[in-house]
Write a protein that binds this ligand. Sequence first.
Ligand SMILES: *Cc1c(COP(=O)(O)O)cnc(C)c1O
Length: 420
Amino acid sequence: MTSELTDPLQETDPQVRAALDDERARQESTLGMIASENHVSEAVLEAQGSVLTNKYAEGYPGSRYYGGCEYADEVERLAIERATELWGAEHVNVQPHSGTQANMAVYFAALDPGDRILSLNLTHGGHLSHGHHVNFSGQLYEVEQYDVDPDSGYIDYEGLRRMTEEFEPDVIVSGFSAYPREVDFERVQAAADDVGAFHLADIAHITGLVAAGVHASPVGVADFVTGSTHKTVRAGRGGIIMTEEEHADAVDTAVFPGGQGGPLMHNVAGKAVGFKEALQPAFVDYAEQVVSNAKTLAGVLRERGFSLVSGGTDTHLVLVDLRDSHPALTGADAEAALDEVGVVVNKNTVPGETRSPFVTSGVRIGTPGITTRGFGESETERLAELVADVLDAPDDEATIDRVGEEVDALCADYPVYGGA
Ligand SMILES: *Cc1c(COP(=O)(O)O)cnc(C)c1O
């Protein structure tokens, strides 16, 4: 038994070892363009794979329910300190296991069961945790949804304001999963102020863009801000909550003991390390490049005749609406064809969607991952042409073979971690 504690994974469990090696090889040999994914540093991986996974630390630094928390305290204090600096928040909670758990804690802090949530329609770019009926948020609360303007693809802020007056929500949720444009948090706040509702800004997708100052920040505007730590900020899987001092106790209590037990301290360590990386000046360059690559991608796709929801992007993603240019091609077909050449994206509903969420009429394509690999405009332009080639001829074997080889070459030239 003692030796089993120190034996390498290769010996104790070659099946899991092989799957992990295969996953690493998959990430190296394909271009991850799922807008919500990224690649963390080896340093973040090391922190996440650390002995902190052994430690119970229910409570908060300096006030835990278990002994032996001095190093857990140190790690969590560092994560909090760095997050406070990155986003300029008065109070930060770094314990949410995920973005959904962060939203749950805010609802627990701000609402009673049966209270009203106003949020963006899921098929227009919202998130399950914003009140979808299959999610706890749709089961515990009464939910109404606002839309994007069907013509412009931008949030219909006037409609949002009208619905706010009619529905009198207790909380308005802004922040989205598949919205390519900058969010006007001030306008959402103004609507919330009209009826005395709370405003939850869920910046899960743009946490890193906000940290770097390339997207407007809701911190200091909205009552509650939630984020993810694994999308545009490369700090490993998890969630985060930022709020003003007046809501600090309510939020902390809602996270623990309200919605979670012991924090995943190894992930809190990953957050601390990733936040330190994001505080370096190079991170601003990274975030600017992410947006600039997304604009390049949008430009090429537009030139090649594709319709983009809202016509383009201000952020890290583009949402292609295939209905005009490729009416017979579904989002699922497009995802599968791109998968064949090693470009990994996801099918996505588009505003006014008529197909099922398993089929869809759109694809969402993001640039955080390729930018981490070192892609600049010229590589992104090349890749965008390849994406268009595949979507124009998804069944043409010669195209698939040629593009597959070009993607292989790009992967080799721009490794994630390198090595085997
Ligand atoms: C990704 C995302 C989340 C977080 O999701 P988890 O998978 O629970 O971490 C929350 N809100 C939005 C808008 C998102 O896009």
